[in-house]
Design a protein around this ligand. Structure first.
Ligand SMILES: [Mn+2]
Length: 197
């Protein structure tokens, strides 16, 4: 059974296509028009071992906000779609990833309920290329709202903005992979006593 999601989302501000295969090999084809964001989504596919296509055409003549946000919303929706009934998956995942001087700790629960807890060091450089570093939290909020997961992302320390953001995406990728992977001891079992996720 394939675990794939495909979401097309078009508004007056953006046009987004996301395709994801949870059981992929980390093959990515990403183009949002925001170079650093492409680099981050590439990390998500590669380290999550998700095959990921992202094509966004947004109103970059205004700024990168809608482009980044709407892509994250579509990504969350596609991820949720690909998860299907969540029968037989681990449900919980966590990963800690260093990137030189920076560290990210990510924990996820495929709970069906959106919740984000996010902390980052104060005083980060405001921009990485055209990427506004305050958007990282907004990306996570948008993803969480659509994917309907509980997500805790902490960067207890770090200095370089590129590293601080990138280690979050790498750890997120791995945590999502671990949570969504089939648990060989739980084939056919829904990982909830409630009977629904
Ligand atoms: Mn990098």
């Amino acid at each position: 059974m394939s675990r794939t999601g495909r979401v097309e989302r078009t508004t007056k501000e953006t046009s987004v296509l996301v395709e994801i295969d949870l059981d992929g090999t980390g093959k990515t084809d990403i183009s949002t028009g925001v170079g650093f964001y492409d680099h981050m989504l590439d990390q998500l596919g590669r380290h999550g071992l998700f095959d990921l296509v992202v094509r966004t055409e947004g109103d970059l003549h205004i700024d990168t906000h809608h482009t980044i946000e709407d892509t994250a919303l579509a990504l969350g929706a596609a991820f949720r779609q690909a998860l299907g009934d969540k029968v037989g998956v681990y449900r919980f995942g966590n990963c800690t990833v260093p990137l030189d001087e920076s560290l990210a700790q990510v924990t996820v629960d495929l709970s069906g309920r959106p919740y984000l807890v996010h902390t980052e060091p104060e005083g980060m450089a405001p921009m990485i290329g055209a990427y506004d570093t305050t958007m990282t939290r907004h990306i996570l909020e948008s993803f969480v709202a659509q994917a309907q997961v509980a997500l805790h992302v902490h960067v207890p320390y770090g200095r370089n903005a590129h590293h601080i953001v990138e280690c979050q995406f790498k750890a997120l990728a791995r945590a999502l992979r671990y949570a969504s992977e089939p648990d060989p001891r739980a084939a056919g079992i829904l990982p909830s006593t409630k009977g629904a996720l």
